[in-house]
Design a protein around this ligand. Structure first.
Ligand SMILES: Nc1ncnc2c1ncn2[C@@H]1O[C@H](COP(=O)(O)OP(=O)(O)O)[C@@H](O)[C@H]1O
Ligand SMILES: [Mg+2]
Length: 264
């Protein structure tokens, strides 16, 4: 999304740096929109190392990681996947939402991530690909409450001995982050929106609501305020209307909260 300076509010960059120096792979755990991707991008940018990213889903196949045979003009060649490319180049490999992948994909990944850091290209020549010395892997998982996520097998978890928790930031920090994307002219309304977001997040955490707004929403709120819209209307558009997806009762619950915080 936007290119703003990452605010390292819980010392995550330093942990990533130490892990990198020690050659220990890192797992970042946290809900959507808490800055996981931005953190890793910022880390790679500071290190001036290329970042190869794979976003996992149920549709991700082994061939996406390892590669596929292709036939051009009667000649068979092998198109290397991102996993192989990054191992060979010693880039940083970013495995996003790794716990939404199927078990067979994870198993193949595990082969590359174990202490030997190598993988057999059974898809083509049976060549053994060995990772460059400084190859580094960072992955993210969403907490299990997120739809479509599965538990990561313990064996694979153990490949990432450094674990960083990234939660929603404290109120004052969230305000500081939002100001990187917006003018900051409407501070009291922005604080109200963060309070609203936190109320909804807490309700979602105890399953009173089905959806938890992220920093993307509080940032979007500030941007629309900058366009001259009224705070209450923006709150409805960004925070309220989405709950219609789960029916009128869910929507009305949130709308009442918005009215109580932003007036009629
Ligand atoms: N600490 C931070 N500093 C700057 N921007 C942030 C920070 N945390 C989150 N953001 C912004 O919030 C939005 C969501 O962050 P993102 O990295 O995509 O989250 P995730 O990968 O956890 O879903 C992005 O626009 C991102 O730039
Ligand atoms: Mg992300």
């Amino acid at each position: 999304m936007e290119e703003a300076q990452y605010l390292d509010w819980n010392n995550s960059i330093q942990i990533l740096n130490k892990a990198y120096e020690a050659g220990l792979f890192v797992l970042i755990i946290g809900p959507k929109g808490t800055g996981k991707t931005s953190l890793v991008r910022d880390f790679a940018k500071n290190k001036n190392i290329n970042l190869d990213s794979i976003n996992f889903s149920l549709r991700t196949r082994e061939s996406h990681l390892v590669g596929t045979k292709t036939l051009t003009d009667g000649t068979v060649s092998f198109d290397e996947g991102l996993l192989i490319k990054s191992m060979k180049s010693g880039d940083i490999l970013y495995l996003d939402e790794i716990n939404s992948a199927e078990a067979d994909v994870l198993l193949r990944l595990d082969e590359a991530l174990d202490d030997r850091r190598q993988i057999v290209l059974k898809e083509s020549t049976d060549e053994v690909i060995k990772a460059k010395e400084n190859w580094f892997v960072v992955s993210t998982i969403n907490p299990l409450s997120h739809s479509g996520t599965k538990e990561l097998p313990p064996q694979l978890l153990s490949r990432f001995p450094v674990r960083i928790r990234l939660e929603y930031p404290p109120e004052n920090i969230e305000l500081e982050i939002i100001k990187k994307y917006a003018s900051g002219n409407h501070e009291s309304e922005m604080i109200q929106a963060i309070k609203l977001a936190n109320t909804l997040r807490q309700a979602a955490a105890v399953e009173e609501l089905f959806y938890s707004p992220s920093l993307r929403e509080t940032i979007a709120f500030a941007k629309l305020l900058d366009k001259g819209m009224a705070a209450k209307e923006v709150a409805e558009i960004i925070f309220g209307n989405v709950y219609t997806q789960w029916g009128d009762i869910e929507y009305q619950k949130v709308n009442d909260i918005i009215t109580s915080m932003f007036g009629n």
